[in-house]
Unconditional design. Structure first.
Lengths: 353, 799, 218
């Protein structure tokens, strides 16, 4: 398949909160629904797809260690993109699907991707019982009746040179970002619906060319959907999710713009799940050491400051070469945090040319 | 010093513009024809590889149904859900008005990397491709289709005659809901359940790296290349002769330059620079000429390839750097090849060696013995190759050895004939004319060899084409015995069609076929019912006893000559069609114009093994006078689209049309080659004209007019052309035999009987005489107008 | 009178200007008379010879061979005169390279239709060419070549023989032998003879001598 075609096809998908205008999306939301303040998110329905919105994703990242204490990072993402607001049927359906999977070790990084049209059963998401899949990759609910369906999951993916199969159990509640789940993405008001399940503990296996590893650790699931989440001026973004050793968590992002200062946003999550949203400028993200990755200069070290929480940490990539060799390439990999707090998490950076 | 020296050397051309014209013209002509043919070849090859690469057919394995039928849509999804990276393709022929196109539907999401890109750009395009039924087609196809309901978009990446669309679009066009095959991505994840367990009824088919078309058309292109090379060689004769003389004539200048202190190395370098410059100029002209020739011939080549091989090549030419550069390189290489001998001599020239243009020209005379010996050896080699050689290459080597050997024998042949002529002559002038011609032979031999090659090629190819056409016409009558060929659009319509025809036709013969892979090559298996149509008409070459009874009983198969020869089969051999079905060969039939293997078995036996073959096509027997009426009834009463009915007469006309266009190209190349040979004669005569004065002056002085001398000079040239033709005749016929009995069999798999058409020989003789006459006209005219003073200089000046 | 020249003029175009070569030459030659024509290089003696032979046409004046005026003759008529009445011997390139010595010897006589086999055989004998009859000119020495040329001319028994420095390309000894032989043979056939030469010694052997200076007879 032509790289160019798919690149264009999935421009839409990769332009979200974490996929800001780096892929050039500035189209309007004509015909699609747009996020509105005051809408209450309803579960389990909102775990499922929202076809009247242009884009949506189920985005899981995990920080794991094997029995010898070696670090692993793991990513499983399913993107949905609607070509047009009308539904269509079967092979003419207007929904399209793309998925990315990645595994990172201290030395290696593996990534692969899948594509499908909607309407034929090759890929899709159902809310009840919860299941998200494309080809043989899947994320299915193992939750007991009565519990939130995302509270227990099994996740599987494989590529030409790796595969993983993990079980996740959530030890905390779902977390809504921004204003009760409405996350604003720019000064001019673009927004998305955005919630997470950051409290997973994970066990499972990862199979790599070097062998089979039994791993355990923590994971974070992001759910987000929108129709026009970015400002045409925005060129890329840097996004972080961090699990601190004391149980607190932080989600933060920084949207880079051609003409104005970067737009930042953050959510502080207390160990019990209580959240505090911080608007533009409160979180300070300063790029540090730059490394040459896939022919580009990418900052693989960051300084994060959140004065409200006496936070001043340095975040470093476990593997600076965590480059996703996908059609729309980007940097995505596990990180460690040191400084006023210690912890681990995931960093994603896009739009570095 | 260098600049002055260069100017002195270059000034030669100002005094001899005709020589310059000959040099550049000869090289440009040679390069032109070569480049033209290369341009055609490269255009065709690029479209083959494009066609072979469509949807990754050249690199990707496929999954196909064992039964020959389609694959249900949900099987694709189950395979994907099982982890197998497969991608569906649906393909089928579609009739749009008068046009027939191939629709290729594919899935943009799963098409593996490495499959051909299709030329979409922008989000809108993809949305349109998937949602709005966008159809991509080559501009030629779009133009041919004219107004349609299709949402057509031109793309140069699509092969002519193809429509590329999304699965959903293709389905609605073809009225299908299934797939023809699934492409398997080259790299699959590890640990998958084996395909043989998930889909035991689907088989893996290996990719076709080269594409059938490229393989089949190889010999056609080899033919073109051989022709082009012949022309180029003829052109080099011209260049060699001209350059040699130009060097010789400049010895005085070179001597002076060296006497004035210019190092010999500098002189050689200057001459080298000069030839490189001239070659580049000639090469550029040649490339332009080649572009013209290619543009002129390509539509016919495209028609040939489409007709003969079903290969789609656009009729328009793209300027490709590969053949432009090759053209320049071959012009340069050719010029250097022609000049190196002269340069070598100059590099070793003693400072005061006298200029000897006469000696230079005469040197070739001594070579005649060696040339003749070489010719005999080559002819012997041709004989051995024809006897023992196997394969297409051996066939072409035979051709090459035969042609070159005959060409080398030409001087000896001419000398012999002329000596006999001299002996037979009574008058002293006749005696002189014969003797003088004989003396001319070594000087003209290169040009005459060129003419001989051109004539022999002409006779050989002409005989082959005519034999082919003669046989082909007769064969068409046998093969196309049914009056009408009718196809339905779907099975339901086919059923109705059969009952509609039941009362109206003498017989309705089902035409069922399927492509299978036998021994790595595609073979079309046809199922027939027992009928007099086959028994009475089928062009059997060899058969066992009771051949038709055996086929009718389902106990034997007929195969075409191609398959028979290629497989080295014998009657009675068994051929496995599927792992559990083999048939005995009971007969072999001729199948001209078809590049692939073919097999005929009993209808029910075929359907038993491949129950899902589409039952759409039928041959209909009616009394010939009723055929037209029945065809009209099928359209008016039954409502069949007119395009679904082919009548025998149209089919024959169409077949012959394709045939004739095929060989139009060969004919055009023949004429070009002849033209180049004529130019070689012209160049040679012109080169020799100053030397001729010395030979003619004594005859003039003792009492002959200039007009008489000119007349004899023309007569001599024409006589040499006639004699050359005389030798070309047997060589050409031998060539035809090699083409028909060796090259054709190796290239196409069939052997044709040779028919002889003497009228064409005399046409060619007329052309040869005309070409020689035109070539000799200017030199002879100059001779007739030579001032007596110029003749007298012969006697007065020291030369 | 075998040959009559009256006020013969000839000039050539050279680089845009006309250069007079012959500026009014008149003389007569009786049958059987031998005349030496001498002069400096470029004095016009070769040109004069060519005009007499009908190989070129004068700009003015009259040339009569056996009473026939060459002026106004067609190419074909001139060729007939050369064939029937005149014999030519040049300094070089006299022979037809594609024919054997025997063929060359008989060529002119056969062309003129008056081949006399006995005379031909005698000539061959006297010229010492019997051994090389089947050779080609290029296989002969210069002296032999010139003997063939002389033999060819005499075989046709022309009324007038014109020779332009026939020994110019030969060494002196060979030249003397060739000239002596030639004079004998010319006398035997009773032909008029004009010999163009720059050698006074040679000129002295002939009946008459005319000297040409700057296009005029002295």
């Amino acid at each position: 398949m032509s790289v160019r075609i798919l690149l264009l096809l999935f421009l839409l998908m990769t332009c979200g909160v974490r996929a800001q205008g780096f892929a050039g999306l500035g189209t309007d939301a004509e015909g699609f629904s747009v996020p509105e303040p005051g809408r209450e998110l309803v579960f389990p329905q909102d775990h499922g797809p929202h076809p009247d919105f242009r884009i949506e994703w189920w985005y899981l990242t995990a920080n794991l260690k094997d029995e010898n204490g070696a670090d692993f990072g793991l990513q499983w993402t399913l993107f949905r993109s609607a070509l047009r607001p009308t539904a269509g049927k079967g092979w003419s359906a207007s929904q399209t699907w793309m998925a990315h999977a990645g595994v990172t070790t201290g030395e290696d990084h593996f990534s692969t991707e899948r594509f499908s049209r909607g309407g034929i059963g090759q890929a899709g998401v159902t809310a009840v019982p919860f299941s998200a899949w494309i080809d043989d990759w899947r994320m299915t609910s193992l939750a007991a009746p009565g519990n939130d369906s995302l509270s227990a999951l099994r996740v599987f993916a494989r590529g030409p040179d790796f595969s993983y199969d993990i079980a996740l159990t959530a030890s905390g509640p779902l977390v809504l970002h921004g204003d009760n789940g409405l996350s604003v993405k720019s000064a001019s008001g673009q927004a998305s619906y955005y919630y997470s399940q950051p409290f997973y503990t994970v066990t499972g296996t990862i199979t790599l060319p070097s062998g089979r590893f039994t791993v355990s650790g923590r994971a974070w699931l992001d759910r987000e959907w929108s129709s026009q989440p970015l400002d045409p001026d925005q060129t890329g973004w840097d996004w972080l999710s961090l699990h601190f050793d004391d149980g607190a968590k932080l989600m933060g992002f920084r949207l880079r713009s051609r003409s104005t200062d970067a737009y930042t946003s953050a959510t502080w999550i207390e160990p019990g799940g209580k959240t505090t949203a911080y608007g533009d400028g409160v979180l300070k993200m300063t790029p540090g050491r730059v490394r040459r990755v896939a022919g580009r200069d990418v900052p693989v070290e960051w300084r994060l400051q959140l004065a409200e929480r006496d936070l001043d940490i340095t975040v470093r990539a476990i593997n600076p070469q965590s480059w996703m060799e996908t059609l729309v390439p980007y940097w995505e990999g596990p990180v460690t945090a040191e400084g006023s707090r210690r912890g681990q998490g995931y960093l994603e950076m896009t739009g570095y040319e | 010093m260098i600049a002055a020296g260069f100017a002195a050397l270059l000034s030669h051309w100002r005094y001899r513009p005709l020589q310059l014209l000959t040099l550049i013209g000869g090289l440009a002509l040679a390069t032109g024809l070569w480049t033209g043919v290369q341009a055609i070849n490269s255009e065709a090859r690029s479209s083959y590889s494009r066609a072979a690469a469509v949807l990754g057919q050249d690199t990707l394995e496929q999954l196909q149904s064992d039964s020959g039928g389609p694959i249900a849509a949900d099987r694709f999804v189950s395979l994907r859900r099982a982890g197998w990276l497969v991608s569906p393709v649906v393909t089928g022929d579609l009739r749009l008005g008068q046009n027939r196109v191939r629709v290729m539907g594919f899935d943009v999401f799963t098409l593996p990397r490495g499959a051909a890109p299709i030329g979409l750009s922008g989000n809108e395009d993809i949305a349109a491709f998937i949602g709005d039924g966008l159809v991509l087609a080559h501009p030629d196809t779009v133009a041919a289709l004219g107004d349609t309901d299709l949402n057509l978009r031109t793309s140069l990446r699509v092969a002519p005659g193809d429509l590329m669309a999304d699965i959903a679009t293709a389905w609605s066009l073809l009225e299908r809901r299934d797939f023809d095959y699934l492409l398997l991505a080259a790299e699959q994840p590890g640990g998958l359940e084996p395909l043989s367990q998930i889909v035991p009824d689907l088989r893996r088919v290996q990719p076709d790296a080269q594409g059938d078309i490229a393989r089949l058309t190889d010999s056609f292109h080899l033919n073109l290349t051989a022709f082009a090379f012949l022309s180029f060689a003829v052109g080099l004769f011209i260049v060699h002769a001209t350059i040699g003389l130009a060097f010789e004539q400049r010895r005085a200048v070179i001597r002076t330059l060296r006497a004035l202190g210019m190092p010999n190395r500098a002189v050689v370098l200057l001459l080298l620079t000069e030839i490189v410059l001239l070659a580049l100029i000639a090469g550029l002209l040649g490339v332009m000429l080649g572009y013209g020739i290619a543009a002129l011939l390509l539509p016919d080549v495209a028609a040939t390839l489409a007709g003969l091989y079903g290969a789609n090549v656009p009729g328009t030419l793209t300027l490709r750097p590969d053949w432009v550069l090759t053209g320049l390189a071959i012009a340069l290489g050719g010029a250097l090849l022609a000049v190196w001998q002269g340069l070598w001599r100059i590099a070793r020239l003693p400072l005061l060696a006298p200029a000897q243009p006469r000696a230079w020209a005469m040197a070739s005379r001594k070579n005649t013995v060696w040339t003749t010996l070489g010719g005999l050896v080559l002819l012997l080699a041709a004989l051995l190759l024809a006897w023992f050689g196997r394969g297409l290459t051996a066939g072409f080597l035979t051709l090459g050895a035969l042609l070159l050997g005959a060409a080398l024998l030409l001087p000896a042949f001419l000398s012999l004939v002329l000596a006999l002529g001299a002996r037979a002559s009574r008058s002293v002038m006749a005696e002189w004319v014969w003797a003088d011609m004989r003396q001319q032979v070594p000087n003209l031999s290169l040009a005459l060899m060129a003419l001989m090659l051109a004539l022999a090629a002409n006779i050989g190819v002409g005989t082959m084409v005519s034999s082919f056409r003669y046989t082909f016409t007769g064969w068409l009558d046998q093969r196309l015995a049914s009056e009408l060929y009718v196809s339905a659009d779907n099975e339901a319509q086919a059923e109705e069609l059969r009952s509609f025809l039941a009362g109206r036709a003498d017989a309705v013969l089902p035409m069922r076929s399927l492509e299978v892979d036998i021994g790595g090559a595609p073979v079309f298996v046809y199922g027939i019912v027992d009928h007099a149509t086959y028994r009475d008409h089928w062009p059997l070459l060899e058969s066992l006893e009771d051949v038709w009874d055996r086929v009718a009983a389902g106990e034997g198969a007929l195969i075409n000559e191609q398959m028979y020869r290629r497989g080295g089969h014998r009657l009675g051999d068994r051929i496995a069609i599927t792992p559990d079905w083999a048939e005995e060969i009971v007969g072999v039939y001729s199948d001209y114009g078809n590049p692939t293997g073919q097999m005929i078995v009993q209808h029910d036996r075929l359907m038993a093994s491949f129950p899902d073959i589409a039952k759409l096509r039928h041959a209909v027997r009616v009394p010939p006078r009723d055929a037209q009426a029945l065809a009209e009834a099928l359209v008016d009463e039954f409502g069949l689209p007119p395009g679904n009915i082919l009548n025998q007469a149209d089919l024959k006309r169409f077949s012959l049309q394709i045939f004739d266009r095929t060989f139009l190209v060969t004919g055009a190349l023949n004429i070009f080659t002849l033209g180049i040979a004529a130019f070689a004669i012209f160049a040679n005569l012109l080169t020799l004209s100053s030397m001729r004065l010395m030979q003619l002056a004594p005859v003039w002085a003792v009492g002959t007019t200039r007009a008489e001398l000119a007349r004899l000079e023309m007569l001599r040239t024409l006589a040499l052309a006639v004699l050359t033709w005389l030798l070309a005749l047997p060589v050409g016929l031998l060539l035809a035999w090699v083409l028909l009995a060796i090259v054709n069999v190796e290239a196409f798999g069939w052997r044709l009987p040779m028919h002889i058409f003497p009228a064409a020989w005399f046409q060619l003789l007329a052309m040869a005489v005309l070409a020689a006459g035109v070539a000799a006209a200017i030199p002879v005219w100059r001779l007739a107008r030579t001032q007596p003073a110029n003749f007298l200089k012969v006697f007065v000046h020291e030369r | 009178m075998l040959l009559t020249l009256r006020d013969v003029r000839k000039s050539y175009n050279t680089e845009g200007s006309r250069v007079g070569v012959l500026k009014g030459v008149s003389f007569e030659l009786d049958a059987g008379q031998h005349l030496a024509l001498t002069g400096e290089s470029g004095s016009g003696k070769s040109t004069l010879l060519h005009l007499i032979a009908g190989l070129d046409m004068p700009d003015g004046g009259q040339i009569r061979v056996s009473g026939a005026d060459l002026a106004g003759m067609t190419d074909a008529q001139l060729a007939a005169v050369r064939r029937g009445k005149i014999g030519l011997v040049f300094q070089q390139f006299n022979l037809i390279p594609s024919m054997t010595v025997a063929q060359n010897l008989a060529f002119h006589a056969r062309l003129a239709g008056k081949l006399d086999e006995d005379w031909n055989a005698e000539l061959t004998e006297r010229l010492g060419l019997a051994a090389c009859l089947n050779r080609y000119p290029e296989q002969l020495s210069g002296g032999q070549q010139q003997r063939v040329a002389i033999g060819r001319t005499l075989a046709a028994k022309p009324d007038l023989i014109l020779a332009d420095e026939p020994t110019g390309n030969l060494d002196e000894d060979t030249g003397d032998v060739v000239i002596e032989l030639m004079l004998q043979l010319v006398s035997d056939v009773k032909a008029g003879f004009i010999l163009v030469t720059h050698s006074t010694k040679l000129a002295g052997l002939l009946h008459r001598r005319l000297h040409l200076t700057h296009g005029l007879l002295q």
